[in-house]
Ligand binder design. Structure first.
Ligand SMILES: Cc1cc2nc3c(=O)[nH]c(=O)nc-3n(C[C@H](O)[C@H](O)[C@H](O)COP(=O)(O)O)c2cc1C
Length: 198
């Protein structure tokens, strides 16, 4: 139709590294209509969400982690999730991540040694390279988890990461309400990343 122009697709989402050079408007010819301009950012890779966790297989932290993952993958938004036991997580994982989920049991009033080891190995190599990353923390504790929460928050501040929610501490065996809160944590971070909010 003369004078008619199909609206350009307007896409929302967080630009990712490389977008500035890779981004090109594409013109998709369609029979009988004016070209539709498609912003290629709609084909950008989904944001990367890294989950680093301590605790032993079959433990309560694992139960929480499964719920967090279910929330992250079930929020209806596209994220690429990478789960890593803390002892196997490294700098490459951290630099890959647009956002982080951290899970740990409380041991002797502190985070698990495995999660601490991850921080020990990555802190200086990552210095200045992950600033502003959004993160969420979940803790399985026998008492109140406060020592772990304080220690992780202090370290995360050192990386200059930003918490997306209050730390989630689950005391004792997780019940349905606790698991729902874990799902909510995962969903909140995933949805926020996908929407470009964080
Ligand atoms: C070695 C050890 C030390 C612990 N120290 C604490 C502690 O200081 N404070 C606390 O609240 N719970 C403590 N707990 C209890 C655990 O945090 C709690 O049982 C948690 O749910 C275990 O998670 P998991 O099953 O994933 O290992 C300790 C457990 C272990 C095995």
């Amino acid at each position: 139709m003369a004078g008619h122009h199909a609206p350009e697709l307007v896409l929302r989402g967080r630009p990712r590294p490389g977008d500035a050079t890779q981004h090109r408007d594409r013109v998709a010819p369609t029979a009988g209509t004016d070209p539709v301009r498609v912003d290629s950012r709609c084909m950008a890779a989904p944001p990367h969400l890294l989950l680093v966790y301590g605790g032993h297989p079959g433990g309560r932290t694992e139960t929480l982690r499964r719920a967090v993952v279910a929330g992250a993958l079930g929020c209806g938004e596209a994220v690429e999730l990478r789960e890593r036991p803390a002892l196997q997580a490294g700098l490459d994982d951290l630099l890959w991540a647009d956002g982080l989920l951290l899970g740990t049991p409380e041991h002797f009033g502190y985070m698990s040694g495995a999660l601490k080891d991850f921080f020990d190995r990555t802190f200086y190599p990552a210095e200045g390279r992950t600033e502003g990353r959004p993160y969420g923390l979940f803790v399985s504790a026998g008492n109140d988890g406060s020592g772990t929460v304080a220690a992780v928050a202090r370290i995360a501040t050192g990386y200059r990461w930003s918490p997306i929610a209050a730390p989630l501490v689950v005391v004792g065996a997780p019940d349905a309400a606790a698991l729902a809160r874990c799902e909510e944590l995962g969903a909140t971070l995933a949805a926020g990343l996908a929407a470009g909010i964080f």
